[in-house]
Design a protein around this ligand. Structure first.
Ligand code: NAD
Ligand code: LMR
Length: 345
């Protein structure tokens, strides 16, 4: 018959394809959890030459999963091949932190990767490509990537803070004794680092069909302004201390949530956290930083920062502290790149 032609595959590049996060994420994408149950997917996998053999093993396993939606798998160590004509670029490939490091300690090790990949995206990706940076320090890497891809609108470059949001909601659900899906509109502001601000002021808990503000339901201001924020901000370090490896299953789940919502839209009345480029007009955040905001996304995949939320003096101080850190990271990243370029004979 001619009736049920399936849509053209969505082309998705995943970098760091031989790594930990990719191992869970690739299955999730290829099985339809991200782009929907009727949308074929073509995967374009990138790793460095040292990772090529392991990446080949992952590609073999993807084939062996026998997934009906997986139209094609390309594997390469060349960014110009990996990013060719992609609709989505999920940038995992980078060095993860180990115990005792801050995420910004990775800046010098990783920022060069995102300059090179920005340049490659600029040359070969679709101009409509949507980019999510996961490799740390994620916000600043996303900024550098956007900077080196001037032909692609900078609002299409985002960094992952959905993991922090999921952590925040899970902590509150456990504290309140409710199912996690009943915790709504809790959001992350600023950097994916320990200066992030997990904000409950606009959040609510759905209980017996009523929406109760988080603060009223939990009823413990000292916890919400103290231990809660600290637990969420330090969760990545706690996972590393326990596993001796950084979070991977939960990171992959958060990437899937981020990309699914960016592709399919957010539920009515709900917002989610995404680090996006600031334009200087929202919440006193200066222009030119990749900063996590609450956003809503329409069914066509266009996001908008939620306007007009109340910012208390407590929140203001938190928003400003994470801004200062992002400004410092930006300066350091641009300096580092300038020195590297100057060092080339
Ligand atoms: P991993 O070490 O298991 O895998 C990284 C992979 O990237 C490796 O296969 C490596 O060969 C590859 N790689 C390195 N340089 C590359 C390059 N230039 N191009 C392509 N591939 C390259 O690490 P992981 O656990 O998968 O974590 C990946 C990154 O994600 C780390 O930077 C980690 O800190 C970060 N992370 C971020 C979040 C977040 O919420 N934003 C959460 C978890 C982890
Ligand atoms: C996380 O939040 O788990 C990741 O960013 C890894 C890390 O270094 O904390």
């Amino acid at each position: 018959t001619t009736s049920s032609a399936s849509p053209a595959p969505v082309r998705v590049c995943v970098t760091g394809a031989a790594g930990q996060i990719a191992y869970t994420l690739l299955f999730s994408i290829a099985s339809g959890h991200v782009f929907g149950p009727n949308q074929p997917v073509a995967l374009q996998l990138l790793d460095i030459p040292q990772g090529a053999e392991a990446m080949n093993g992952v590609a073999m396993e993807l084939q062996d999963c026998a997934l009906p939606l997986l139209a094609e798998v390309i594997q390469t160590t060349n960014p110009l091949v990996a990013f060719k004509d992609v609709d989505y670029a999920i940038l995992l490939g980078a060095m993860p932190r180990r115990e005792g490091m801050q995420r910004k300690d990775l800046l010098r090790a990783n920022v060069g990767i995102f300059k090179e990949q920005g340049e490659a995206l600029d040359r070969v990706a679709k101009k409509s490509v949507k980019v999510v940076v996961v490799g740390n320090p994620a916000n600043t890497n996303a900024l550098i990537c956007a900077h080196y891809a001037p032909s692609i609108p900078s609002r299409q470059f985002t960094a992952l803070t959905r993991l922090d949001e999921n952590r925040a909601k899970a902590q509150l659900a456990s504290r309140a004794g409710v199912a996690v899906e009943n915790v709504k509109n809790v959001c992350i502001w600023g950097n994916h680092s320990n200066t992030q601000f997990p904000d409950v002021a606009h959040g609510y808990i759905v209980a017996s069909d009523r929406e109760v503000p988080v603060a009223d339901y939990v009823g413990d201001k000292a916890y919400l302004e103290g231990e809660f924020i600290k637990t969420v901000a330090m969760r990545g370090a706690a996972i590393i201390a326990a596993r001796k490896l950084s979070s991977a299953m939960s990171a992959a789940k958060a990437v899937a949530d981020h990309v699914r919502d960016w592709h399919q839209g957010t539920p009515d009345g709900e917002f989610v956290s995404m680090a996006v480029i600031s334009d200087g007009n929202m919440y006193g955040v200066p222009p030119g930083l990749v900063y996590s905001f609450p956003v809503v996304i329409d069914k066509k995949g266009k996001y908008r920062i939620v306007p007009g939320l109340d910012v208390s003096p407590f929140a203001r101080a938190k928003l400003d502290a994470t801004t200062a850190e992002l400004q410092e990271e930006k300066r350091e990243a641009l300096d580092h790149i300038a020195h590297q370029v100057a060092a080339v004979p």
